[in-house]
Ligand binder design. Structure first.
Ligand SMILES: Cc1ncc(COP(=O)(O)O)c(C=O)c1O
Length: 474
């Protein structure tokens, strides 16, 4: 046996699961390769990537915001700050020069917590958003929100009786990271209604009490707001009630707010947990995460994000610093992306017009597609789709006939996975089945993103498939 055989490795690695890039995504890549040959023999001519919130991925092609890319280009090749005066707008050059003075070459390691100047800009952004002070020394720039979540879960899992409350359905980063560190996932169930998905404090408290009864310490409550995969946006009252629950049980609040600017309706409003904690003068320890991967920036590949620590003891912040310093520093390109996200061009600056046009176009497209898709899916037999006022996804529920359930069982698959595989095989549409996010027993869902252009044709295909599938097993 090889000394590097799986059986010789950390056994926790085996338990890690991450459906967003799982079997369906791998198969879709295989199909994409096959389609390069004219005699591919597949019943479709294109793979539709609806499985992942990766806006700039090939096939989704959301254009990057020009300002951020101009600043990034200038910092990549500083001589352009002089020679590119006819190509780059003056405010992009000024921004790049300002950042260059602070950072120097992007080829050098920075402060392990992130460039201090950029952290100050993040703090100002937070202050403007919430109306409360923010301490740049309690902000950590990270390689995407994922790196921050991973670090915090590593910190919180102190023994084999440490649990973290996670929403079900959830973004699988949470269960995957808990599996990696041997923490116990404590599921609390989101409630699906015709009006949308909700988070009830009573349900979270039920999960807290169950954990305590079973001898598990609920160390933290993870909340994804706006939600992935469900697209819900919490009301202020819901947030306040959750903060009070954390106070009552001395639980750390992990607020995943990476979709904070993806709000599609006038009724929904994003409020940060930082603001709620400050409004309530609460002493709850809060870590809130943000990212350049979502929103309108969509720069997933640059790996930029940050987290802010509120009510966290200085000694713990020092330990966080110690641990991030082992990794030297977050990627500098990602840090520059964070600066552009928290300091976009403002009215009166040369780049403002274009930035406004680009961001308005993305917001409008996402809102229109989300509404259009939900309406169309809702009109199908055997499918219901709760509205999704935020984030980038829909999470429709499948009500499949008995014969389909039996066929899935026979194939050794969950019903929604069986459905999603058939959808991919027959139409090239790649979604993620609900079992990858968790759901109540006996339910079936799938997640699809609202990022695909040409949505009419794509929904037509999905509808046709769905009707045939239902007929086949009726
Ligand atoms: C809820 C949520 N949190 C965190 C992330 C991680 O994002 P990133 O690491 O790219 O910032 C994602 C990515 O899809 C997400 O949906």
């Amino acid at each position: 046996m090889s000394s590097f055989a799986p059986s010789t490795l950390n056994p926790r690695i085996k338990n890690v699961q991450y459906a967003v890039r799982g079997e369906l995504a791998i198969k879709s890549e295989k199909y994409r390769d096959m389609l390069k040959n004219s005699d591919h023999g597949l019943p479709f001519d294109k793979v539709i990537t609806a499985n992942i919130g990766n806006p700039q991925q090939k096939g989704l092609d959301q254009p990057p915001l020009t300002f951020g890319r101009q600043v990034a280009s200038l910092l990549e090749y500083p001589p352009l700050m002089e020679s590119g005066k006819n190509i780059f707008p003056s405010d992009a050059i000024a921004r790049a020069k300002e950042l260059y003075t602070e950072i120097g070459s992007i080829g050098a390691y920075t402060h392990s917590q992130g460039v201090p100047f950029i952290r100050k800009n993040v703090a100002k952004f937070i202050e403007q958003r919430d109306g409360y002070p923010s301490d740049p020394n309690h902000i950590f720039l990270t390689a995407g929100a994922s790196a921050g979540v991973n670090l915090l879960i590593n910190f919180l899992i102190s023994d084999d009786k440490s649990g973290i409350l996670i929403p079900i359905p959830q973004y699988p980063l949470y269960t995957a990271t808990l599996a990696q560190y041997g923490g116990i996932p404590l599921p609390y169930y989101l409630e699906e209604t015709e009006r949308g998905w909700g988070t009830s404090t009573e349900e979270v408290e039920r999960a807290v009490k169950k954990a305590i009864d079973e001898g598990v310490k609920p160390k933290a409550l993870a909340i994804i707001n706006p939600g992935n995969p469900v697209g819900s946006v919490l009301t202020y009252e819901e947030q306040a009630s959750l903060v009070k629950l954390c106070e009552k049980y001395d639980i750390v609040l992990l607020a995943d707010e990476v979709y904070q600017s993806n709000i599609h309706t006038d009724d929904a409003k994003f409020t940060s947990f930082k603001k709620v904690v400050c409004d309530l003068q609460s002493n709850v320890a809060l870590i809130s995460f943000h990212s350049i991967s979502k929103g309108v920036t969509g720069e997933c590949g640059r790996r930029g994000g940050y987290f802010e620590c509120v009510n966290v003891p200085d000694e713990t912040v020092a330990l966080l610093y110690k641990m991030v310093s082992v990794g030297l520093c977050p990627a500098v390109g990602g840090q520059i992306g964070v600066d552009c996200m928290v300091r976009p061009p403002v009215e009166g600056e040369e780049s403002y017009g274009l930035w406004k046009k680009e961001t308005d176009t993305i917001h409008k497209a996402l809102a229109e597609r989300t509404l259009f898709m939900a309406q169309r899916l809702n009109s199908l037999p055997g499918m219901s789709c709760a509205p999704s006022p935020g984030a980038l996804y829909l999470f429709p529920r499948l009500h499949l006939p008995e014969k389909a359930l039996a066929a899935a069982k026979e194939a050794g698959r969950t019903p929604d996975n069986f459905y999603a595989i058939a959808l991919l095989d027959q139409t090239g549409i790649c979604v993620v089945s609900g079992d990858g996010f968790g759901q109540k027993d006996g339910q079936a869902h799938f997640r699809l993103t609202c990022l695909c252009a040409g949505v009419e044709a794509y929904v037509d295909k999905l509808e046709k498939f769905h009707r045939e599938f239902m007929k086949k097993y009726e």
